[in-house]
Design a protein around this ligand. Structure first.
Ligand code: ATP
Ligand code: MG
Length: 326
């Protein structure tokens, strides 16, 4: 079977964007592929978090992945830093990463412009670590959002360079763009993507929000003044709500427009809030259940790390041999 690999940073409770754009699709891929999904805690180190919070957030992210339906019997779910091969491979690949290429990464440019007081080397070499994450498992496909395509291209380039310099070692991964993958925008500022680390709580639906909170947030979502539920340019707020409604119900934009013809935005917002709440309710319940079973969670985290390390170590040993390290 073909191999799929993807990760998510433990930088907060997952958003509706993370769910509809990534994790829901990951769940659907489990049947068809050998899937590896990880909590990217080494990547999250590029931003300071209090250590106790960090530890808690990684566990929470692991539990959220299971709550979203990733089945540890079917997929390999693990925490990145528990598999030491990632950091090692990241270093080896950073030595094949041209400074110029790293400098051109838009994520680096954006994040360093946003926090000029805190630009660390990890933020800069992030793509080399990400390349290691992917190449260690010889992934065929990497489901990533549009914000990550540049990093994936970088990964392919580094893999090709390694293969050229040291001999055939890595499979070149391809992006995987699921048909149903939705890009969800901020409810407060619908031209910006919804993001875990957004400070404005009104902008973001978190997957653990209860129904009341969800309905309230949708009620205050930014829209426009034409009172027409239609998908077209310039209607960013309504387009976003239609994207969300369509991603969950499977209805086409035309069908949604017909459904809400002659009704106000209030009705539409309530409808969107209701389907979102229904979709997220079982996840919230499953998450609460998982947190009560500390032993199960600990055991799955340890088992995931052990299984992942077994695979990653093989590729790492091969790469080290080729480089003359052992
Ligand atoms: P952060 O603000 O900490 O970067 P994030 O919300 O961007 O958090 P990531 O952990 O960086 O989340 O990304 C996890 C996955 O979710 C990636 O595959 C990314 O492409 C996807 N993703 C993130 N935000 C959205 C969004 N608004 N819509 C669709 N997919 C998204
Ligand atoms: Mg992100």
């Amino acid at each position: 079977r073909r191999i799929i690999l993807s990760g998510i940073q433990p930088t907060g409770t997952f958003t509706l964007g993370n769910y509809l754009g990534a994790v829901k699709n990951w769940r659907q891929l489990q049947k068809e592929y050998d899937c590896y999904y990880f909590v990217a805690d080494l990547h999250a180190l590029t931003v300071y978090h209090e250590p106790a919070m960090r530890r808690k957030a990684s566990r929470a992210a692991f539990a959220l992945l299971l709550a979203c339906g990733l089945d540890p019997e079917e997929s390999l779910v693990f925490i990145q830093s528990h598999v030491s091969a990632h950091a090692q491979m990241g270093w080896m690949l950073s030595c094949l990463s041209p400074f110029g290429d790293l400098s051109r990464m838009t994520q680096f440019k954006d994040k360093s412009a946003k926090h000029p007081e805190d630009i660390n080397a990890g933020l800069f070499t992030y793509p080399a670590l990400m390349a290691g994450d992917i190449l260690l498992y010889q992934a065929d496909y990497v489901p990533v959002g549009a914000d990550q395509t540049q990093h994936l291209e970088f990964t392919r380039n580094v893999a090709a360079r390694f293969n050229h310099v040291y001999g055939e070692t890595f499979r070149l991964p391809e992006g995987y763009f699921p048909k149903a993958g939705a890009r969800v925008m901020s409810l407060a500022e619908p031209t910006a993507k919804m993001s875990k680390s957004d400070e404005n709580a009104k902008a973001t639906i978190f997957i653990l929000d209860d129904e009341k909170t969800i309905l309230k947030k949708f009620k205050s979502a930014v829209t426009d003044s034409d009172a027409e539920v239609a998908f077209r340019e310039g209607k960013d707020g309504i387009n976003n709500l239609m994207t969300i409604y369509s991603a969950i119900t499977g209805k086409s934009y035309d069908a949604i427009t017909a459904e809400f013809a002659g009704k106000g935005y209030g009705d539409f917002k309530t409808a969107v809030g209701t389907v979102v709440a229904d979709e997220l309710r079982p996840i919230r319940e499953r998450y609460a259940e998982l947190l009560t079973d500390k032993a199960y969670l600990d055991a799955e985290i340890a088992r995931g790390a052990e299984r992942a390390a077994h695979i990653a170590e093989k590729t790492l040993a091969k790469a080290k041999r080729k480089m003359g390290l052992c």
